[in-house]
Ligand binder design. Structure first.
Ligand code: ADP
Length: 227
């Protein structure tokens, strides 16, 4: 399949009107090829999160198109969009967002359960070994370090083999060693499982793990750097 994992064409997002009008995205056209790790960098307020939210179907653009896993998002009803997001996208946020009453393993397989799917045991094993937490699978999030919790969140994002894993400042709350572990795992998910990853980050050391860095300013991509 040569079709990009996700792509945007002429994507704009405008908030407010009159004096309060803000153009958060200004006709952005971009493709994210399958099996590639892209980092999105740029000053605060430049539109990075808005782009990611529109690509992931979490937010609707003012104009332009998004195709996620080959499906056009524009015009989809909310219920369809929710279903598509569940099946095609994985998310990692700065705050780990694990469910406190579930064990690490239960958190990881929750997206499969919600979708009525069974874990592919071999893939699940590879993911568990990848995050290095086999011995902690029965623990609750409160019994894990921040770095371990974020690796569980990454495993949860990967377990459905989504078209794209969207990571929004995933290392923002981690110390440098935990951040390196997490980024190494995301990198291996691309190299070993062919996962597509799109990551917003402020940190050049994090962006260095990517194949490509898109630099944003004023709602536009102003530079693209290949690793
Ligand atoms: P970044 O992720 O690069 O920090 P954002 O995508 O969050 O940037 O924001 C881009 C611009 O859109 C900013 O000027 C921000 O203030 C504005 N913006 C974002 N969300 C909203 C909103 N819900 N209402 C009004 N303006 C918003």
């Amino acid at each position: 399949m040569n079709e990009p994992a996700v792509e945007a064409a002429g994507l704009s997002k405008v908030y407010g009107s009159g004096d309060a009008r803000v153009v958060a995205l200004d006709e952005v056209t971009v493709e994210f090829p399958r099996g590639q790790f892209t980092a999105i960098m740029g000053p605060s307020g430049s539109g990075k999160s808005t782009l990611m939210h529109c690509l992931a179907g979490l937010d609707r653009p003012t104009s332009g198109q998004v195709r996620l896993g080959g499906t056009e998002l524009t015009g989809l009803a909310d219920a369809k969009l929710t279903e598509l997001r569940r099946d095609r996208a994985g998310f990692v946020f700065q705050a780990f967002n694990l469910l406190p009453t579930l064990t690490a393993w239960e958190n990881i397989v929750l997206p499969l359960e919600l979708a009525g799917r069974r874990p592919d045991q071999r893939f699940a094993d590879a993911v568990i070994d990848g995050i290095g937490l086999r011995h902690r699978l029965g623990h609750r999030p409160s019994q894990l370090s921040g770095g371990q919790q974020q690796r569980v969140a990454c495993a949860r994002a990967l377990i459905t083999r989504p078209d794209v894993v969207f990571a929004d400042e995933p290392t923002g709350a981690l110390d440098s060693q935990s951040a390196a572990d997490l980024l190494g795992f995301l990198r291996r998910s691309v190299d070993e499982f062919g996962q597509t990853v799109v990551m917003v980050t402020h940190e050049p050391t994090a962006a260095a793990y990517a194949d490509r860095v898109l630099h944003f300013a004023d709602g536009r991509i102003v530079e693209q750097v290949m690793a």
